[in-house]
Design a protein around this ligand. Structure first.
Ligand code: HOZ
Length: 424
């Protein structure tokens, strides 16, 4: 028995399913999760001493690689002043100014502790601002585990085959309307079915929780237009894409301006941080400036702000990171695409910049329905083989691969060799 297996035996007795977030379970794969001891750069090490090239990257935050020295050192230093005050700090002001002065569509921002919290709060602000109650989301898009968003959600909900979570009262999702990703007509139809009632459309501008699914040309711009025509707000959930596709996220990458945006992951550099922001007139609705209540003991926590700000500053001062990530993405995902084509198997590779997904289906994968045509048993076999070869992928067909700046030529070549061996 390995140490991971022994730890899992203990874990299931005291933690539901043995994990603190369902996406960490290996249930869909039929294996025991690897328990991690440490990580550095693009490598992650389990408690049995195995080294893997990591493509989970903590589900996105580690864009500069694990254990990035500047972030680690800044956190160590910040700890000397105390861990939390629950009071206003200069760091929070610096963080807010840093973001708002660089991302034009974020005029004001509120720090929270996770992407889930960011979405929950953004939706409340949108409802408070518009005085409307309905929210349009897209099937397969995951916006965290807040009640109203657990409808046709992707990510762990999709992998565990739970269509909609138990414990969510019907009343909480009554005003959630579900459209088809990449299908503007489906959004139009929802607006028509509830005239003057839609507060906001929320979308992952690049869907990355049903596997990676790219917006078709004109989809995001079309959403902007539909929202404008119907007096609704457009919320980009940039928890994954923010500071990843570009410093200004998908909004900058696709040149579409949302009214509100949610962040998580990279903004905390590995600490539990989320944020929501956007137009000043909307954000001024938030308490204590306005009447939309939202709060948090640890929001703007000094250690978390230090980590996040250090990473954001590095990204801003080193814009070549984004060019490098584009090149690395082209090399890795382009290479995988070629291997997939040569294999003659039914495979589809969706990718953009540092994000990618290999689907076990003929494709194209453009929405929730087509993502679900993927052969998850075939993915499980592939996942297990890759793990044995030292490649650490998310244990689900419906999660993204994340490249970081620390994935060098050697690691990418080694990964491609493994993919080649598997399909060759
Ligand atoms: N967005 C992440 C996975 N798709 C969340 C990670 C988690 O749920 O633990």
């Amino acid at each position: 028995m390995t140490r991971s297996e022994r730890l899992f035996e203990r874990a299931v007795k005291r933690i539901p399913g043995g994990v603190n977030s369902p996406v960490r379970a290996y249930g869909a794969i039929g294996e025991t999760p690897r328990f991690i001891e440490k990580a550095d750069g693009c490598y992650i090490y389990d408690v049995d001493g195995n080294r893997y090239i990591d493509y989970i990257d903590s589900w996105g935050p580690m864009i500069l690689g694990h254990n990035f020295p500047a972030v680690r050192e800044s956190v160590q230093k910040a700890c000397e002043n105390g861990l939390s005050f629950g009071c206003a700090t200069e760091l929070e002001v610096e963080m807010a100014e840093f973001i708002c002065e660089r991302i034009p569509h974020v005029e004001m921002v509120r720090m929270v502790n996770s992407g889930t919290e960011a979405v929950m709060s953004a939706i409340r602000a949108a409802r408070g601002y518009t005085g409307r109650e309905k929210i349009v989301k897209f099937a397969g898009c995951y916006h965290g585990h807040t009640d109203a968003m657990l409808v046709s959600a992707g990510s762990g909900v999709m992998t565990s085959g739970v269509p909609d979570s138990a414990g969510v009262p019907e009343g909480c999702t009554r005003d959630t309307m579900t459209a088809v990703y990449n299908d503007l007509d489906s959004v139009k139809a929802l607006f028509e079915s509830a005239p003057g009632q839609v507060a906001a459309v929320i979308v992952e501008p690049v869907a990355a929780n049903m596997g990676v699914v790219l917006p078709k040309d004109g989809f995001l711009k079309g959403l902007r237009t539909l929202c404008d025509e119907n007096g609704a707000l457009l919320i980009f959930d940039e928890v994954i894409t923010g500071f990843r596709l570009a410093f200004g996220g998908a909004a900058q990458y696709f040149q579409v301006v949302p009214d509100m945006v949610t962040y998580g992951k990279i903004i905390g550099a590995g600490m539990p941080v989320g944020a929501y922001g956007g137009r000043r007139d909307i954000m001024e609705m938030v308490a204590p400036a306005g009447k939309v209540y939202q709060a948090g003991t640890l929001s703007g926590n000094p250690i978390a702000m230090t980590a996040g700000l250090t990473q954001l500053k590095y990204l801003w001062e080193n814009p070549q990171v984004y060019e490098e990530l584009e090149k690395k993405g082209e090399k890795l995902y382009g290479g995988m695409e070629k291997i997939a084509e040569d294999s003659g198997r039914a495979l589809t590779l969706n990718h953009i910049a540092s994000l990618g997904s290999l689907f076990f289906t003929e494709g194209p994968v453009v929405d929730y329905a087509s993502a679900k045509t993927s052969d998850t048993a075939a993915f499980a076999e592939y996942f297990k083989a890759m793990l044995r070869m030292g490649i650490h992928l998310a244990p689900s067909q419906f999660e993204a691969m994340f490249l970081s700046d620390a994935h060098g030529e050697e690691a990418i070549e080694e990964t491609l060799d493994c993919v080649r061996r598997y399909f060759g």
